[in-house]
Each structure stands twice: as C-alpha cells, then as structure tokens.
Design a protein around this ligand. Structure first.
Ligand code: AMP
Length: 146
C-alpha cells in the first residue's frame, strides 16, 4: 500500500532540500522550503514542503503539519498580493493512486484566473527557470513588504 512505506531519500524534493538540484526558491526557514513548481499548472504555481522527512500527510508529525499549513497560508497570501488571482486552489495528494508523484509531503498553491484553464495535475509544460525566478521574486517582494 503506497500510503505506508519507507521514505526514499533519493526523491527529487530531498535532492532540492540537499541543494543538489536547483529550484526557484520562494521562501526558506528552519522547517520549511517553498519553491515554484517546475511544471506549473497555472501562473504562480508554488510548492511548500517541510524539511522533515515524510512521504505524505499521514506519516507527518501533527505539529510539523500545523506549521506547514501556516506557512502555506502565509505564502498563499503573498501569492494573492503578487499575482492578484481570482481564486487560489490548495491541493495535496497522498499515494500514487491519489495522484502523488513525488513522495515527500508538499502542498500545491495554485492561483486561478477567471477564464484561464488550469493544466491537469502533472501535465504542465516545463517552465523556463528565468521566468520561475522572476515569479519567485514577485512573491518574495510581497512576503517581505507585508
Ligand atoms: P505531486 O504529483 O502532488 O506529488 O506533485 C509533484 C509536483 O512536483 C508536480 O506538480 C511537479 O510538476 C513538481 N515537480 C517535479 N519535479 C520538480 C522540480 N525539479 N522542481 C520543481 N517542481 C517539480
């Protein structure tokens, strides 16, 4: 069953946390990292992950989870300021049958714009890193000016 199981330290987010793979970083503190999704479903699609190792919501310490959702709210507010979307979807998938593809817990923050389609989960096109860094800088400006 995919919900249980051992954390795989070679997953892509573990490599990002270790600094072995680049990311368009939005936010970092001692417990959380946030960066732009490399295959965005909408403009401003952002991920928020804990530094602590867990595969999904169910094998995560509740206190870590509480901190993670607080940071997701904080970054979501900055995304609202940065991009003025008409709505924001927060998603989180547990287990491959549910759609999870990276087995390190994460929340997706997906700004939605009236009239714009949202690409299906995991069917976004790979984004240009420079564009992602520009978007990350806009979110950071909103985070640190508030
Ligand atoms: P999930 O399917 O919920 O596990 O989401 C994993 C997300 O990670 C997807 O939206 C992918 O586009 C995204 N992703 C995969 N590799 C990278 C990467 N190297 N940098 C940033 N986002 C990534």
């Amino acid at each position: 069953m995919s919900l249980s199981g051992t954390y795989d330290p070679s997953n892509i987010f573990a490599k990002i946390l270790a600094g072995n793979i680049p990311c368009a970083q939005v936010y970092e503190d001692d417990r959380v990292l946030s960066f732009m999704d490399a295959f965005p479903q909408t403009r401003g699609h952002t991920l928020v992950i804990p530094k602590a190792r867990s595969r999904n919501l169910f094998d995560t310490d509740p206190e870590e989870l509480a901190n993670l959702i607080k940071k997701t709210q904080m970054i979501g507010r900055a995304i609202e300021t940065a991009f003025s979307p008409d709505g924001i979807v927060i998603t989180q998938f547990n287990g491959a049958p549910a759609g999870q593809t990276v087995f390190h817990l994460h929340f997706h923050i997906l700004p939605r714009y009236s009239g714009d389609e949202m690409a299906k989960h995991t069917s976004g096109q790979m984004a240009d890193m420079e564009e992602l860094n520009t978007q990350a800088a806009l979110i950071q400006a909103a985070l640190y000016n508030n």
